[in-house]
Design a protein around this ligand. Structure first.
Ligand code: ADP
Ligand code: MG
Length: 429
């Protein structure tokens, strides 16, 4: 069953800003769906429309079978947890958690029972008679959760509920919330700008950019098959390395059979075996044209260790090691290459998201400094700052994107569907 459905939902504020455009979303019963994207992309607006705190300009919103576009918040059977979960300072934890039930005039015994249950689930039993001021940040956050849980809603809506916690507590609390949601089985829509939070918590993750849905899928699929450059750049840490390349399909490859391709990256190049081209036939249409080549740090290995078994000839990149981060379990090396980084609007918007200097850095690399690539080497690697790093590239795992549209170049051969286009009669059988 579908718990929440958004059908071409659009929100244009009175000042003319379209915060959410044509959003299609189906949240399954009991699912934990995360909405993620850079700040200002429309996440809170989308959530507030589900809550009924913001009117819908066009489209249809359903909770269960019911169209709720014009239903007031309190009739929607939802509970929301905000970033600023203001607790009533003069009330005890017990009173804070039970407040909404008291307003709803539930019998005292029932309120008591429900609050006790919530407190047990949240491990707040010992603190029921304390005031919020006597609690830690994490405990206050759990009280805010408790206020939502006692109402036993059909849907939880959470808007960046962890952003007031420090990093360590945030990591712990996100595991707690995900565990709690599984235990309660309540459909949840969770908003965050933090892609790690999204990837670790969500059954599925919906990525938004500038009011539009980019991709919705399981975390693993977003990671391994990003629909476009924005998702590719946004998901993953360290992020995917994105380089500008030019495709040359080997001559004599024929109609899809045999033959590989060469991706030229300025003075370096990567040879793609036929298998790679067979997996991504769409790449053939880019013969002689520019593409964006994406490679995740873990698919670059220290060549001196032979990390990627028997790389085909020419599947190597090299550059100067400028920085090494030994994480114990692995080694992150920042390698200055003479390749050009891909600089598109999508890449720019991700580069500028966390670091104002990010875009400038990228542009300097494109203007001649050369792309900085991050590789995740095995911990046994001896790579040192100042060394030339030879990196084996796992070419089977490369991703390719159309620099004009930003779309991933994947399986489909770009032709019209067979049903729509009968074969020309002149075509020999
Ligand atoms: N009440 C409002 N009036 C006008 N514009 C708004 C209002 N609320 C949000 N916006 C704009 O809508 C866009 C999306 O905002 P929001 O949904 O808060 O994004 P997010 O939660 O992803 O950061 C932004 O451009 C923001 O400035
Ligand atoms: Mg927001």
């Amino acid at each position: 069953m579908t718990a929440v459905t958004m059908d071409k939902v659009t929100k244009t504020y009175p000042n003319g800003v379209t915060a959410v455009a044509d959003l299609d979303l189906e949240v399954a019963d009991g699912e934990f769906l995360v909405l993620v994207g850079p700040s200002g992309c429309g996440k809170s607006t989308a959530l507030r429309m589900v809550a009924g705190l913001e009117s819908i300009t066009s489209g249809e919103l359903r909770i269960g079978e019911r169209v709720v576009n014009d239903l007031p918040p309190k009739e929607r059977d939802i509970a929301m947890v905000f970033q600023n979960y203001a607790l009533y300072p003069h009330m005890t934890v017990e009173q804070n958690i039970g407040f909404a039930l008291k307003l709803a005039r539930l019998p005292k015994d029932e309120i008591r029972q429900r609050v006790r249950n919530a407190a047990r689930v949240l491990q707040l039993e010992e603190w029921l008679h304390r005031k919020p001021g006597q609690l830690s940040g994490g405990q206050r956050q759990r009280v805010a959760m408790g206020r939502a849980i006692v109402r036993d809603p059909s849907v939880f809506l959470m808007d960046e509920p962890l952003s007031n916690l420090d990093a360590k507590l945030r990591a712990q609390t996100r595991a707690e919330i995900a565990g709690l949601q599984r235990q309660l089985g309540t459909t949840t829509i969770y908003v965050t700008h933090d892609q790690i939070e999204a990837m670790t918590m969500g059954d599925r993750v919906a990525v938004m950019r500038e009011g539009r849905l980019q991709q919705i899928d399981e975390p693993e699929v977003l990671y391994s098959e990003p629909a476009n450059l924005f998702v590719a750049a946004f998901i993953g840490s360290p992020s995917m390395n994105l380089l500008e390349g030019t495709v040359a399909v080997d001559p004599g490859g024929g109609n899809g059979a045999g033959g590989g391709a060469t991706i030229s990256l300025g003075e370096q190049s990567l040879a793609l075996p036929a298998s790679v081209l067979a997996e991504r036939p769409g790449l053939r249409a880019f013969d002689g044209r520019k593409v964006v080549v994406g490679v995740r740090p873990e698919y670059l290995g220290d060549a001196t260790l032979g990390e990627h078994e028997a790389p085909p000839d020419g599947a190597r990149l090299r550059g100067d090691v400028e920085l090494r981060e030994a994480l114990g379990s692995e080694l992150l090396v920042h390698v200055r290459t003479n390749c050009r980084p891909a600089v598109t609007d999508e890449v720019r918007s991700v580069a500028g998201e966390y670091d104002a200097a990010g875009v400038e850095l990228l542009e300097r690399q494109a203007a001649g400094e050369g792309a900085m690539i991050i590789a995740r080497f095995d911990a046994r690697s001896r790579a040192r700052v100042g060394d030339v790093a030879e990196m084996d590239v796992d070419v089977e795992r490369l991703q390719f994107f159309d620099p004009d549209t930003g779309d991933r170049i994947a399986g489909e051969v770009p032709t019209a569907p067979a049903t729509a286009q009968p074969a020309p009669e002149s075509e020999p059988a």
